[in-house]
Design a protein around this ligand. Structure first.
Ligand SMILES: [Zn+2]
Length: 457
């Protein structure tokens, strides 16, 4: 079955499912109307910089409060260290090689556009009677790259500012409507450059710091290139600047949650908080994201708050971006068809399941900007393998339980584990259908924007 014909079959399937809405048999309150859905995606937010995840600074009071009322997935993983591939996995429930948004950007065209024949969450929800709205402050997740499929209104916020995302969101939330809605909000803070508004600028940085590191993207690119040295003091300054942006974003998200309550929507709206990928601060000798697949890039927050359920809990099982879509469809009482590669996390939310065994955590990186890289990684339980395709380099193996910071490569001393993971990775790759991303030609302005973010040379 081709993707396109399966999309049609899917629409029919969803329509049938919605006509006979069945709700979870977990004993929680059965609502009168299908719930609304709000997904808040914060770009470039590594999990361990949230206070809820143990960060020493109180970067996230409102997010922490939401987490405490949610199924908090404490070991959630991205499928990539870049916006396009990781966000596309959330939108489709597919790994990068199957949704096709993976190819490196070149200066003159953008391969890796999410193709029309991929089925997205918004398309499934629209077929199920939802009105879908999306506002993205990151051009990589804009309609230009295929992410607007299924939305009645999907806009790229050119200023990239949270206040503009908020302005659109509050308009959607204030409008009375008969149908349930899906609202997707993609915040660009704390993506570099790290520059929070004035009132946040002295929260977490040491006023005695007198080095030249200032958090501008241009400078960070120079550090990646190796033309600018970064000391530990400079890296600590960057962490402070980054945390100030997280604190600012937390306040902005608080305003969205307040608006849900003000408009009496909180009791019937599923709220999801997630990040596309993380960020590095000298964890492995460099900064930014997209160039490696270490945990600081892949370990991101996922909190799912369903007000109809009473099962807020911290969940330690390993989860992945591809699991988000099937989870949401089960919560909303819908079926997405059998091409989805992730699995619903609702059994974990219900407490019917504690662990998931060795669920394969596959990630792929492909970037041609300051440096050109192509890598893939597979984690199974505590073990993680990283393979380097471009530039070619020896694979790496880590024991995440003993060495969560991935500092000690065990490839030479654990040949049996290495071989087991290499076989599993090869089998997994062979089992996943490979898709090409669509190609588009970018305007000068779009190339300028991507270059300013470090996504093209
Ligand atoms: Zn991103």
């Amino acid at each position: 079955m081709t993707m396109l014909s399966s999309t049609r079959a899917l629409v029919a399937l969803v329509a049938t499912t919605v006509a006979a809405l069945t709700w979870c048999g977990c004993g929680d309150r059965v609502p009168d109307a299908p719930p609304n859905l709000v997904i808040i995606l914060v770009d470039t937010l590594r999990a361990d910089h949230l206070h809820y995840h143990g960060h020493h600074r109180e970067t996230s009071p409102r997010i922490d409060d939401l987490a405490a009322r949610s199924a908090a997935f404490m070991r959630h993983h991205s499928t990539s260290s870049r916006t396009g591939p990781s966000t596309a996995s959330i939108f489709t429930g597919l790994f990068p090689r199957s949704h096709g948004v993976l190819n490196p950007l070149t200066e003159f065209d953008a391969k890796g556009v999410l193709a029309e024949d991929r089925t997205t969450l918004a398309e499934i929800l629209t077929a199920g009677g939802y009105e879908c709205f999306g506002y993205t402050a990151n051009i990589n997740a804009s309609d230009r790259f295929g992410f607007g499929q299924g939305f009645v209104d999907y806009q790229y916020i050119e200023s990239s500012k949270a206040v503009e995302v908020r302005r659109h969101a509050l308009k959607v939330l204030a409008e009375p409507r008969e149908n349930p809605f899906f609202l997707y909000l993609h915040y660009m803070e704390p993506h570099s450059s790290y520059s929070a508004p004035q009132e946040y600028r002295s929260l977490y940085v040491d006023p005695r710091y007198d080095g030249r590191i200032d958090g501008r993207h241009l400078q960070l690119n120079q550090i990646v290139e190796g033309t600018l040295a970064l000391s530990e003091a400079g890296a600590e300054h960057l962490r402070g600047l980054y945390d100030q942006e997280i604190r600012y974003t937390d306040d902005e998200i608080g305003l969205i949650l307040d608006a849900l309550a003000e408009h009496d929507l909180a009791e019937n709206t599923v709220v999801v908080f997630v990040a596309d990928h993380g960020e590095e601060f000298l964890d492995h000798g460099s900064v930014l994201h997209g160039y490696t697949l270490y945990q600081e890039q892949l370990h991101v927050p996922l909190f799912v708050h369903d007000p109809r359920r009473s099962d807020a809990r911290r969940i330690e099982a390993i989860t992945r971006h591809v699991d988000v879509l099937p989870t949401l469809l089960e919560l909303l009482g819908m079926d997405g068809g059998d091409e989805i590669q992730g699995e619903s996390l609702v059994p974990l939310m219900d407490g019917r399941q504690d662990q998931r065994g060795e669920v394969p955590v596959l990630a792929e990186a492909s970037l041609m900007a300051v440096k050109t890289v192509r890598q893939r990684s597979l984690a199974l339980g505590d073990w993680k393998l990283i393979e380097h395709l471009i530039p070619e380099a020896p694979p790496e193996l880590y024991d995440l339980r003993r060495d969560p910071g991935e500092q000690h490569d065990l490839m030479a001393v654990e040949p049996h584990e290495a071989q087991r993971l290499r076989v599993r990775l090869a089998d997994l790759l062979e089992s996943l259908p490979e898709a090409e991303g669509a190609v588009t030609t970018l305007s000068e302005e779009e190339i300028r924007k991507l270059r300013s973010l470090g996504y093209v040379k």
